[in-house]
Design a protein around this ligand. Structure first.
Ligand code: ZN
Length: 713
């Protein structure tokens, strides 16, 4: 089957007649009119000739790296699922202006240019890796979404959850040394739990979905990241072979059809039964519905009885505000329990040892270890839940991690322990001293995943403590943790570093600068100065993202306009985006104002998706920038609505609310909302939510600052 159009010219009219498509959902139809050039894959894999990347002429061959990786990933998926794509071609188009990152039109995937067009010398490793996973995500839609489509948007996780799972799984199989399934924990599962900790009522099987805005609203972290995390948990519950066979049967039997979650469960159930993987009294549907029909996720609390040699496990919904509405703590899940002990130390046993049943309050089991040895639950953080322990067990874990034996704990579990401890402290389940004590072991940590977890949590604290009397002590502590790793890394671009080493370099160096490492700031400054005077001497690609920012932050107006000029004269979008973000780091109110102006204009060189990126860059640039952005919104409200619409305005105001930290700021925001409620119109609700987010921040700081101060003084 060829999908080329036939051209018929009748008098003055050109008519293109396309081949008939397979039976499919209407949202997947796409066509393109362009004068782009194409490149075919040279891999000797499935339909190489028809596996193409289309780009603007000036971007010719910028897609080669992505195309090569992409075809291996695509072929892996096709082989793994054993169901051929009925459309024997894959046109991929790099679109300069594109609000989404990508779209999986069947046989014609579209991407933002920054997702797939790279320069080996200029594009950071992180961007390329994100690009590959985005491609894997779109390919996975061939089977999950296109061939088998969800019955409706309320169960969008049937396509987005699977695509978000396979975007890591497929790359992990093609590039085993990249350890993508460990990265899944810190890139997907932990960010999902972070967002899933508020008092929301959004569930995977969506409710009241129908209007266009409610459909857009379900394309969120619940359908994507949470969906993927719950799917990964299920794959470990029934084992990889049963999971694979069940999916093959589901895709094969449901091809060209619309599926419900029940269809998925049915196929997985019979596969799990064939493989003998589930206890007899349990069903996949029963387990899954506890995750797909309830908001949030559980906190599993482990209490040891050291005299009796037992442990008791209980569950409740994890929430930032656990005191607010007690009924929320009543939610219960089917929870697969995995654990290991200091004596056994088996971090590959991901099959559930026990189940915490939905109907049971708690579970008690014997534990044959000495009372001076730790127990760790949720092996490789395969379960979508957090774990809390009694203080004694936390201390034993912390002691073990700070010994040379810490590498015997799986890196995904080190990341999980850090993330759980800091978030338990943030929500008031444990004292901050437990999390800070646990984190001390990081002076020895060299792996990427635990550092990502640590940096996410350190960044949160660095932000909320900004301007308080304890910030300095906190930054000194963060710097002490980072120093040993910082000293092992350098600011140059080395060809023989592996991908994880490169990612780690960006992470550790950027965070060191963020918490005020003098050495880091000086080196960044000199790299930036050098590049300002000699534009040909580019900054190593994996340090650029913060070097541009530090340079702009400490530089003057002249530097800012020069960098702006370089942006406007740059054709490669990954580079444009980096320069754009750097420009947001200015502290000059005049420059911030000009930059915000640029986000409103129709300037051709600013791509549509870059307008919101400008606002975010300013808000992330410096904590105090939020005041300038609010002032700009206040004095340009009508223009913003007219030029960019209420959706844009809503995003800006939400961004403002999230970043406010002081009572004074919330008063300004409140006054603005009250004074402009009519003009805000459909954005009023978003604005009120932004205000309540800001008030939560203020309340949080007031409540938790004393315990952080206590620890550092
Ligand atoms: Zn998708």
């Amino acid at each position: 089957m060829q999908f080329f159009a036939t051209l018929i010219t009748i008098s003055y009219k050109n008519e293109y007649i396309f081949e008939e498509t397979p039976r499919m959902s209407t949202y997947l139809l796409g066509w393109a009119m362009h004068d782009f050039v194409s490149e075919s894959s040279t891999n000797q894999l499935r339909f190489s000739q028809n596996f193409r990347m289309w780009t603007r002429r000036s971007m010719d061959h910028r897609g080669s790296i992505a195309l090569r990786q992409g075809q291996s990933i695509y072929s892996f998926l096709n082989d793994w699922l054993l169901v051929d794509n009925p459309i024997p071609k894959m046109d991929q188009i790099a679109v300069p202006d594109f609000n989404f990152h990508a779209m999986e039109n069947w046989g014609m995937i579209t991407y933002r240019e920054s997702v797939v067009l790279y320069d080996d010398e200029l594009t950071p490793t992180r961007n390329m890796l994100d690009g590959f996973t985005t491609m894997a995500h779109e390919y996975a839609h061939t089977w999950f979404g296109n061939l088998v489509t969800p019955t409706f948007w309320d169960v969008a996780w049937l396509k987005e959850g699977f695509a978000s799972y396979f975007q890591y799984f497929a790359v992990s199989m093609v590039q085993p040394t990249w350890r993508m399934m460990d990265k899944f924990v810190v890139d997907t599962l932990q960010p999902a739990m972070l967002l899933d900790s508020t008092d929301h009522d959004r569930v995977m099987n969506g409710k009241n979905v129908g209007s266009p805005s409610s459909i857009m609203a379900v394309l969120d972290f619940v359908s994507y990241k949470k969906g993927a995390s719950v799917i990964r948990m299920l794959s470990h519950v029934i084992g990889e072979s049963a999971f694979r066979d069940g999916l093959r049967s589901y895709v094969k039997n449901m091809s060209y059809d619309a599926a419900t979650p029940h269809d998925l469960y049915r196929h997985l159930q019979s596969s799990a039964d064939n493989h003998g993987q589930l206890p007899r009294n349990m069903s996949i549907e029963g387990i899954m519905e506890s995750w797909t029909n309830q908001p949030g996720y559980p906190l599993v609390t482990v209490a040891r009885n050291y005299d009796m040699g037992t442990f008791t496990v209980s569950q409740e919904r994890f929430r930032w505000n656990k005191t607010r509405d007690q009924s929320q703590s009543e939610l219960k899940w089917w929870i697969p329990l995995t654990f290991t002990t200091e004596t056994a130390r088996n971090f590959s046993a991901v099959k559930p040892r026990y189940w915490l049943k939905r109907k049971c309050e708690n579970l008690t089991a014997p534990l044959n270890i000495s009372s001076s040895r730790w127990i760790i639950f949720n092996i490789q953080q395969t379960g979508y839940y957090r774990v809390n322990y009694d203080e004694n067990n936390w201390q034993m874990i912390a002691r073990y991690l700070s010994s040379r034996d810490f590498l015997k704990v799986h890196r995904a579990n080190r990341a999980a322990l850090i993330d759980d401890a800091f978030n338990l402290a943030r929500a008031g389940y444990i004292d901050y001293s437990i999390a800070f004590n646990l984190s001390k072991y990081l002076v020895r940590e060299i792996d990427h995943e635990p550092w990502v977890a640590a940096v996410n949590n350190l960044k949160f604290l660095n932000n909320v403590l900004s301007g308080t009397r304890v910030q300095r002590a906190f930054q000194e502590y963060a710097n002490r943790l980072l120093q040993p790793r910082y000293k092992q890394l350098n600011f140059t671009d080395s060809k023989d570093e592996d991908i994880t080493a490169k990612l780690n370099k960006e992470l550790i160096l950027a965070t060191s600068c963020l918490v005020g490492s003098v050495d880091c700031l000086n080196l960044s400054e000199s790299l930036f100065r050098n590049w300002i005077t000699k534009p040909d001497e580019t900054i190593p690609r994996d340090v650029k993202n913060f070097v541009y920012c530090e340079g702009i932050r400490n530089g003057g107006e002249e530097d800012w306009y020069l960098v702006m000029d370089r942006w406007l004269n740059t054709d490669l979008q990954t580079e444009q985006d980096l320069l754009l973000q750097g420009l947001g780091c200015t502290r000059e109110s005049g420059l911030i104002k000009s930059y915000l102006e640029l986000s409103l204009t129709d300037e051709q060189t600013v791509r549509k998706q870059q307008r919101m990126m400008i606002v975010t860059a300013i808000l992330d640039g410096n904590v105090e920038n939020v005041d300038h952005v609010l002032e700009f919104v206040r004095s340009n409200l009508q223009r913003i609505i007219e030029l960019r619409g209420s959706d844009f305005l809503g995003k800006v105001i939400s961004g403002i609310g999230q970043r406010m930290r002081t009572r004074k700021q919330t008063e300004t925001l409140r006054a603005f909302i009250q004074g402009h409620s009519k003009q805000l119109g459909s954005t009023l609700d978003t604005a009120r939510k932004a205000l309540s987010a800001a008030l939560e921040n203020v309340k949080w700081i007031k409540k938790y600052l004393p315990s952080i101060v206590r620890y550092f003084t």
